[in-house]
Ligand binder design. Structure first.
Ligand code: PTJ
Length: 243
């Protein structure tokens, strides 16, 4: 039992939930180490949405709202952490929700799809094919889903697929707390923020962006600037810790 007055209460409850989600077959064992890495970067960030992350979130919303065929790709960690947030973003953006896994089994796909449906998402499921140019199981997706997408939102991604999607000509919106990762560097827009903070911000922006702000965000996109700002925030906090 984690006492609610523990200073790291939220973090400990999330860890406990993820450990439970491994037992329920939603999160892979490897997903726990991925979460730990994310936590470390979030610590450097001060566990808050920075001004540059908010710009990235609103830019991601602008891409989703102008997309022809937007897809939100969901893995085990994303579903366990934010099934409801994903359903809300789908409602605001009209995007397709599709499960895509690195540690793929049909059983895990089914469990994650059910979790998303229980949270209110309309999941694009059915038989998948090996359509993406990748040697691992993230290659499996649906022809009318991710394969045909023009814009794909990829939370907690591994770099390979992000690069493959970009090479296929797609706009890739990544949510990744590590601004140095291959995903972060390859994506069209990188949101360096924690998933459960990022999703509601993107959803809100989908609802309140004006046409004028949308156009301005799309025109002024500079992902190198967004990544540099994230690194500056982190290194600034680290150097102030020595004062
Ligand atoms: O469910 P599966 O089988 O598809 O596997 C999913 C994992 C997450 C195991 C897989 O995609 C993986 O190994 O990812 P990586 O390569 O560890 O990358 C995950 C990235 O997400 C890392 O850069 C972390 O810093 C970052 N991250 C972790 N937790 C969060 C996060 N970013 C935002 N919010 C988080 N909560």
């Amino acid at each position: 039992m984690i006492p609610p007055d523990h200073p790291r209460y939220r973090s400990l409850v999330t860890r406990e939930h993820l450990a439970e989600s491994v037992k329920n077959g939603i999160v892979s064992m490897e997903g726990l180490t991925a979460h730990g890495r994310g936590e470390a970067f979030d610590y450097f960030l001060g566990e808050r949405t920075t001004a540059s992350a908010l710009i990235a979130e609103r830019t991601a919303a602008a891409f989703l709202m102008t997309a022809r065929h937007p897809v939100i790709s969901v893995n085990g960690n994303a579903a366990a952490l934010a099934a409801r947030g994903i359903a809300d973003l789908q409602e605001a953006s009209g995007a397709i929700v599709e499960v895509n896994l690195f540690h793929r089994t049909e059983e895990r796909v089914r469990r994650i799809e059910n979790l998303l449906r229980d949270a209110g998402a309309d999941v694009f499921s059915g038989p998948a094919e090996r359509l993406l140019p990748l040697s691992h199981d993230r290659a499996w997706c649906r022809r009318e889903g991710m394969f045909s997408a023009d814009v794909v939102l990829v939370p907690l991604e591994d770099g390979d697929r992000c690069e493959a999607l970009v090479k296929m000509g797609k706009t890739v919106l990544a949510i990744d707390l590590n601004p140095l990762s291959r995903t972060a560097r390859a994506a069209t827009v990188t949101v360096v923020d924690e998933l459960t903070r990022a999703l509601p911000n993107i959803t809100r922006a989908c609802r309140d962006l004006t046409g004028e702000e949308r156009g301005r965000l799309l025109q002024s996109l500079d992902n190198h600037y967004l990544l540099s700002e994230a690194i500056r925030e982190m290194t600034g906090r680290l150097s102030r810790a020595l004062d």
